[in-house]
Design a protein around this ligand. Sequence first.
Ligand code: TRP
Length: 369
Amino acid sequence: MAHDEEVDLETTIGEDSLRHSEKVSEELLQKIQEDASPFRMLTGDRPTGKLHLGHYFGSLKNRVELQKAGVETWLVVADYQVITDRDAVGEIRDRVYGLVTDYLSVGIDPEKAVIFPHSQIPELNELVIPFLSIVTDSELRRNPTVKAELDASGNRPMSGLLLTYPVHQAADILFCKANVVPVGKDQLPHLEQARVIAQRFNKRYGRPKGQKHPIFPRPQALLSEAPSVLGLDGQKMSKSRHNTIELAMTADETAARLKKAVTDSERTITYDPVNRPEVANLVQLTALSTGRDPHEIAGEIGDGGAGTLKKVATEAINEMLAPIRERRAEIEANQDFVRDVLRTGIEKANEQARETAREVHEALQMQYF
Ligand code: TRP
């Protein structure tokens, strides 16, 4: 526990540890590229709204590439996470279906992926109980991501679920014994908590009888290489700020959003993220959408000014999104397909969760027949 120095959470937060995580993450990616067969990834999202370009470049695209490289893909729809910091779930069913539709339209292969809402996996949730016994309230209280989420939720008091959320997330990861977790920097504290839980559990309760490996592998974070994109007002891209481009928008809606994007008064377009963040962001969105170099794009627009930049960006983004949107429309018209994907995912996840729960009960000697 807290006196277990090698697994002290505090050492993982800060600049040094970020650099360390980046290095570990690069090495991991290299191993995956050499041979993807030993890897299972688990990652996911909370179903709170439609996915946008920030999600696409920050994580979705990367997941599709990992799946194509041969990494086994498990995606958790974190529906319980919705009520960590709010009272109602909203249109949860539509949001869950929308999220799965987004996954499938960006190219996640449903034949090879396991997609499930964690509310439907009882033995996953049950893991929270033994896991809670091996974390301390002080390490939960100092989790910076939990603090940030509390701050973002207004004047709410900390709910028990928000405080223990990292433990629930550890259950998402560990129930299926995932060893790769593609996440953004903000999720590193949770990932570290999951690693700590795996290690402490293994240490305390040993390994299943007759088996070489401990019950839980220590999962590794895979940080996305894509630089994060900003919203169209230069702030963080977020639905509540109306500064997003959602995957599900039409080409015209996208053009209208981009038309209103914030730029600056300098006519010549350059790629200068530090001094001209809004302009650089539009250049970068164009670069990411076309796979081209941002400096080259800026140079080509040159004195064309913000008007030309917006036109170029709109075309690039709409062109990149066109096939995704086409697939999205097809899938949206076939909700039975989405339901089947969910049903199969839930079945597979339950099978795995029952097996892990059996091992955990055995390790805890809680077997009575
Ligand atoms: N907490 C993550 C987020 O807010 C979503 C999530 C839930 C997750 N469970 C996970 C991510 C497990 C990675 C692994 O974005």
